[in-house]
Design a protein around this ligand. Sequence first.
Ligand code: ADP
Length: 214
Amino acid sequence: MILFGPPGSGKGTQAKLLRAALGIPHISTGDMLRERIASGDELGLRVKGLMQAGRLVPDDAVNQLVADRIAQADCRDGFILDGYPRTLPQAAYLERLLEERGYRHLVIHLKVDYTKVIARIAGRRVCPACGTLYSLTSNPPRQPDLCDRDGARLVIRDDDREEVIRERLEAYERLTRPLLDFYRQRGSQLHEVDGSDGTPEEVFERIRGLLKLQ
Ligand code: ADP
């Protein structure tokens, strides 16, 4: 399952709900890259500046990360891709990978308008310890700035600063949005879901309805 949509459209939140409902792994290239940055390994060092500036990481690096991840045993029965593919070369690479390994795919496009996206991202906070996401407007922590689960002090992701958000939206328009046509031309199963209104659970209900999940 490919979750598609601009930054801040709720892909990560929906991916976590889908993982729980479907029992298949959630693969977020953004999370994997941030883990590599935190660990300070060679890839992490290479991509840190790009990510902080809201630019995309080179295709070969993310392609390799995804290829390695889906080769793991827990992906046998399927997986949820969040934030990948993001460019046409990534989509072409993924297509080959899925074909080689005998997977079918479907695409869920979370649609939201940009004014909402900017407000959402600006209010986003994340727990550095467990990764739980909060929104100051729609899903605030019980105590200001502290994670409900482990009490860690919440942080703003480096690339969630307002000047960087615009760069990310620009990269989405230029490099990622064209993938919708790629998938249309392929005749892929492509579902559009309104991600602008309602709580995350309500958006999830829309996806569940589309997929006819129990
Ligand atoms: P969002 O979807 O909110 O932008 P992500 O966590 O998915 O957040 O991505 C954060 C950053 O990680 C991107 O701006 C980019 O620098 C890098 N990144 C993540 N996935 C990819 C990808 N598939 N290709 C290139 N860069 C990526």
